[in-house]
Design a protein around this ligand. Structure first.
Ligand SMILES: [Zn+2]
Length: 659
């Protein structure tokens, strides 16, 4: 089914075009100010229009430091006229420029506040890492510049509360390999786990220097010398726009779309000017193939969304609810490019969260085998869900989405070294070929393709059940008799869980058909799911037999976690009050002390994916433990705390109130 599409797409896409647009986007975004982001959004929309997206335009959301997009507090808009950090003392170094925004934009912390006109001269106090109260003990930083080894964001709130005027950081994760690069500090809120500067925060300025410059400064301080710097941060924090760009190629069937999205508006070429450039080239190539009659016009529209990470995406979901409901699948591009200078990176394909399991997980893998292993070499690996703009895959939004990103750390991530010259057109061509094939195939899929996709998803389910049964049987064999029952029962629960996850993935393909075809497809896919269930029962019985237990009466495949006790966790049926994964931004900083913000991962958002208002709190915890593969003894308490804070509600309570 894929071959024709892959052949046509591969003959049309161009890695050189991707690199060209990457350069254009990067030369705007590398300044990371609101005016430059507006310019960049205009460029992306213009290129989408030229590439065949007739409706391409810039959408504006709010960067006012107040508005909540889902549970994500929008940052303030920000502009820079100039910024520079110069040595005053010691005399031997006087006049040395340590940081200049014009020369290296990353040397200014994003959302750095303004200094008084003419700048400010202040002494530097090194505080070690700078992210904890203890780092400040016995040090007077009032009126001074705090020098932190951690990210500037880790120190900002602590420094502000102690009367410091600014923060200097020489943090860089790959200090060994890139000693002259400067980290891009793109978080600067008084609450370290929050993100951008928001309304009412302190207006500290912030600078970043390379590890090598940091070492020189530390040597001066270690020798007992005084380090005095002159800082000019001519910046403006204000309420302004938060732009995103979008445009689509029309399909034959109104009301349905396939989406490719990823953030622009960051300073790096790999992260993520290349992602935006891939969207533009995928749209251009597909439109050209459709116009030339080499590919038929697909059933569904194909839309690109160059977004502002997370804020813009949830803003888009809120503003275009009906369109998002008609979005059958998506692909998220964030770090599709590989840094060929170090050459260590591998492409990561991040699956959907289990609570929103989808046949597209299987499709993404099959397509990688066909495009990347078959035609264009690109090392890749399937990975579990992680959060970026694929947050639309969270069950509270529900669009099945694969994130094509990195795998493990990249040295140049969020540094001044993330420039277009480290990218390779051949690798970008492989990436964009994959993107265009994914979009077109799902945009044009009907009942026949849905059957094919569902069959492959069911085969994946069966393969996983077999693999895990073999492991469980081996574990049983290695155990003394007393421990065998636990393993056999553990496998039965796991098999039931896998049936629940994969069953949703298989049935989801029915969405690709309509009318009578849809009804026939629904019935066929249910039969496939039943086969997976039968296999699970057989394998669970085999493992029990291996453990010397008799076969169970039945395996509750449909809802293995339904509980009937009157324990408190069985009366509460939680559901999130927010669209998408949550952050703790809506909770007052003092009230969230001691609670790790779940913004970028962890069990809370995984649990809120399962929490649909019908599952009990205990079921939600059990499902989350299965998904994360570890016991979560504190999760129930955290969910109760979120109910207390009004971020999650107990749907059972509201139903009781209504009846
Ligand atoms: Zn990114």
């Amino acid at each position: 089914m894929l071959d024709d599409v892959i052949r046509e797409v591969c003959s049309e896409v161009s890695g050189d075009r991707v690199l060209g647009d990457t350069r254009e986007i990067h030369c705007r975004d590398r300044w990371f100010t609101t005016p430059k982001f507006l310019e960049s959004a205009g460029y992306a929309a213009g290129r989408l229009k030229e590439s065949g997206a007739a409706d391409a335009r810039v959408l504006k959301f709010r960067a006012d430091g107040k508005t909540l997009y889902g549970a994500w507090r929008a940052p303030l808009a920000w502009d820079v006229a100039s910024a520079r950090l110069t040595v005053v003392e010691p005399a031997a170094m006087a006049g040395t420029v340590l940081a200049d925004y014009q020369a290296v934009p990353c040397s200014l912390v994003m959302w750095s506040g303004p200094t008084p006109k003419g700048g400010v001269t202040a002494e530097v106090v090194a505080v070690g890492p700078g992210g904890s109260e203890t780092h400040y003990r016995g040090r007077n930083v009032r009126g001074k510049i705090v020098f932190a080894a951690e990210r500037a964001s880790a120190a900002k709130g602590l420094a502000a509360r102690r009367g410091a005027v600014g923060v200097l950081s020489d943090y860089l994760p790959a200090a060994e390999t890139l000693p002259d690069a400067v980290f891009w500090n793109n978080a600067f809120n008084d609450v370290p786990s929050a993100w951008g500067a928001t309304a009412g925060g302190s207006g500290l300025f912030g600078f970043g220097v390379s590890p090598n410059v940091g070492r020189r400064l530390r040597r001066v301080l270690a020798a007992g010398g005084r380090l005095k710097l002159h800082a000019v941060s001519d910046t403006r924090l204000h309420a302004g726009p938060l732009p995103v760009a979008t445009g689509s190629i029309p399909g034959r069937q109104p009301g349905e779309e396939v989406l490719v999205l990823g953030h622009g508006f960051e300073q790096g070429a790999r992260d993520n000017a290349a992602g935006a450039a891939c969207m533009i080239e995928a749209v251009r190539a597909l439109d050209a193939l459709i116009r030339a009659g080499r590919l038929p016009r697909p059933r569904r529209a194909i839309r690109a969304l160059v977004t502002n990470e997370c804020f813009g995406t949830i803003g888009y979901v809120q503003r275009h609810r009906r369109r998002v409901r008609g979005t059958v699948a998506a692909l998220c591009l964030d770090e599709v490019a590989i840094d060929v200078v170090t050459g260590r990176a591998v492409q990561g394909l991040h699956a959907n969260p289990h609570s929103n399991a989808s046949y597209v997980d299987t499709f993404a893998r099959r397509l990688a085998e066909a495009v990347w292993d078959g035609r264009h070499f690109n090392p890749w690996r399937m990975l579990p869900y992680g959060t970026t703009d694929n947050l639309i895959a969270h069950s509270t939004i529900g669009v099945p989405t694969i994130w094509v990103g990195g795998c493990g750390a990249s040295d140049i991530w969020h540094t001044s070294a993330d420039t277009p010259d480290r990218l390779d057109p051949a690798q970008l061509e492989a990436a964009v070929a994959y993107v265009a094939c994914y979009l077109y195939t799902l945009a044009d899929a009907g009942a026949a393709e849905a059957r094919w996709l569902a069959r492959h998803a069911a085969a994946d389910a069966q393969a996983q059940l077999h693999r895990e049964a073999v492991d469980a049987a081996a574990e049983v064999a290695a155990q003394p008799k007393a421990g065998r029952r636990r393993i056999a029962e553990g496998f039965a629960a796991r098999a039931a869980y896998l049936c629940c996850v994969h069953g949703k993935a298989v049935r989801g393909a029915a969405r690709l058909a309509r009318g009578a075809e849809r009804r026939r497809l629904d019935a066929d896919l249910l039969a496939l799911v039943a086969d997976v269930g039968e296999l699970a029962k057989e394998l669970a019985a085999d493992v029990r037999a291996a453990a010397g237990l008799k076969a169970p009466d039945a395996l509750a495949v449909r809802s293995p976690f339904r509980t009937v006790s009157h324990a408190p966790g069985d009366r509460v049926r939680p559901v999130s009050n927010y669209l998408g994964p949550v952050t703790y931004d809506p909770i007052a900083p003092a009230d969230r002390a001691g609670h790790a913000d779940p913004r970028w991962g962890g069990p809370v958002n995984c649990a809120l994916g399962w929490a649909n208002g019908w599952r009990t709190l205990n079921e939600v915890v059990a499902l989350t433990e299965h998904e994360t593969g570890r016991p979560l003894p504190d999760l129930a308490e955290e969910l109760h705390w979120l109910i207390g804070k009004g971020m999650v509600r107990d749907a059972a309570k509201s139903r009781r109130r209504r009846s």
